[in-house]
Design a protein around this ligand. Structure first.
Ligand code: KET
Length: 452
């Protein structure tokens, strides 16, 4: 409005309109003068008197904070077994060969541009991610009753799924296993869900508390959301057997409990992408609805690229389309649309038969190296006569061993041996190498014999 009257009056000389404009300007100038002659107050953002002065220092993250402490330690023998990140036998981070190849193809393709992706991400990536977790011949894909959206790795997929459920699903309670990945309760609480736990791990047997799990799911209110680790449960390394999964599925479907799978380790449990997807496929095959959060951080080593996907399986294609339209409304004000590079790498690998095969071989090699670390650590403890039954080290699967070491023993190992791990006694086996096994075994031996 203002600009309109400005342009019309500027072309008409000294009209009544321009007189009015001059007097409005004059009033502004007078007002500004009055302001500048008023006393000057101390700036509320001067460092002496910060408006944030009351803020207490927050705690470091229980997992990522371990790396922060590790980085500060000058010891040459220090070992980071905290975060679940794969290392080579030389203790170095690994960029898969197949990822290097795909990146090479991408940067050499001059037709590629850096335009925004759609809110739901790269279409190819989404289709191929659904195929990877549900299987190429899955009925949910054939019947088009699924929506898959690219998100910021596993964490972002869980968060978007959580916010969608908090907004549109009739039950706001999510049950997570006890214990679980430390970020789960925070992600879902901030998404607007109320978080409860179900029994999962039995410290006495260092195995699954299947009875406790079934009792707790059995007494959850109808429709409640149940967070399930698709495979390689973090931190325990303990998964249900296929028979137990079938019982869990039947119980959950009979009570209309909503499965929300967290699939952060597909391929890392057994070394086979298909085998590790079985629990998800079992639930998808019964025609019921479910959510899955996928991460490519571990299985493609794309940690910092933040590439993952959220899929929601619905009863029919029409519902899936409407669900997707609402997911877009969750994502747009959160981060607008996802980054292009990581998803392009994944899509390039998943759509090319040769690259895909190369990936499965490299993935299997990572999984095998972790299994060999389990064997070496177990043997090293046996050789030292370390008190206790350490067979869980070779029985547990995935990236982690849930050692059973208590927080004092962990603190002792960090202090005396410069070994960094989470205080719940979890060790990232992927951070271990043949060279560092003796050092870790010495530390565990000392911790259990001296810090009972
Ligand atoms: N789910 C689980 C079970 C999980 O262990 C992780 C990461 C994630 C999701 C998220 O990963 P993302 O990088 O967002 O795709 N876990 C390791 C790293 C971390 O804590 O961030 C860990 O437990 O060490």
């Amino acid at each position: 409005m203002a600009s309109k009257s400005f342009s019309s009056s500027s072309s008409s000389g000294c009209s009544p309109a321009s007189d009015r404009r001059i007097s409005v300007l004059a009033r502004h100038l007078v007002a500004e003068n009055a302001l500048s002659s008023s006393p000057i107050y101390a700036s509320p953002t001067s460092s002496a008197n910060s408006v944030f002065a009351h803020i207490a220092r927050g705690p470091e993250d229980p997992i990522l904070g371990v790396t922060v402490a590790y980085n500060k330690d000058p010891s040459p023998v220090k070992l980071n077994l905290g975060v679940g990140a794969y290392r080579t036998e030389e203790g170095k981070p690994l960029v898969l060969n197949v990822v290097r190849k795909a990146e090479h193809m991408l940067v050499n393709d001059r037709s590629r541009v850096k335009e925004y992706l759609p809110i739901v991400g790269l279409a190819d990536f989404n289709k191929l991610s659904a195929k990877l977790i549900f299987g190429a011949d899955s009925p949910v894909i054939r019947e088009n009753r699924i929506t898959t959206v690219q998100c910021l790795s596993g964490t972002g997929s869980l968060r978007v799924g959580g916010e969608f459920l908090a907004k549109h699903y009739h039950q706001r309670t999510i049950y997570i296993p006890l214990p679980t990945w430390g970020n789960h309760p925070k992600v879902f609480t901030l998404a607007g869900l109320s978080v409860k736990t179900y029994r999962y791990y039995d410290p006495a047997t260092r195995g699954l508390n299947f009875q406790g799990l079934m009792e707790d799911l059995g007494s959850a209110p109808s429709g409640a959301i149940i967070l399930l680790h698709a495979c390689a449960h973090n931190p325990t390394g303990v998964d249900p057997t296929p028979q137990q999964w079938e019982q869990i599925r039947r119980l959950m479907r009979s009570k209309a409990l909503m499965p929300f799978f967290d699939s952060a380790y597909q391929g890392f449990a057994s070394g086979s992408l298909d085998e590790d997807a079985q629990p998800v496929r079992m639930f998808a095959a019964d025609g019921g609805e479910l959510l899955v959060a996928q991460s490519y951080a571990k299985n493609m080593g794309l940690y910092g690229e933040r590439v993952g996907a959220l899929s929601i399986v619905c009863k029919d294609a029409d519902v899936a389309g409407r669900v997707e339209s609402q997911l877009k409304l969750v994502i747009r004000p959160m981060y607008s649309n996802p980054p292009i590079h990581g998803a392009s790498i994944v899509a390039a690998i998943l759509k090319d038969g040769n690259l895909y095969n190369e990936w499965t071989i490299e993935l299997k090699a990572m999984a095998d190296r972790i299994i060999s670390m389990r064997k070496q650590l177990f043997d090293a403890l046996r050789a030292r006569g370390t008190p206790g039954d350490w067979s869980h080290i070779i029985k547990q699967i995935g990236m982690f061993t849930f050692t059973g070491l208590n927080s004092e023993q962990v603190a002792f190992m960090t202090r005396e041996y410069h070994i960094y791990m989470t205080s719940d006694g979890r060790i990232s086996m992927a951070g271990l190498s043949s060279k560092s096994v003796p050092h870790l075994a010495d530390a565990i031996h000392a911790a259990v014999t001296r810090m009972k």
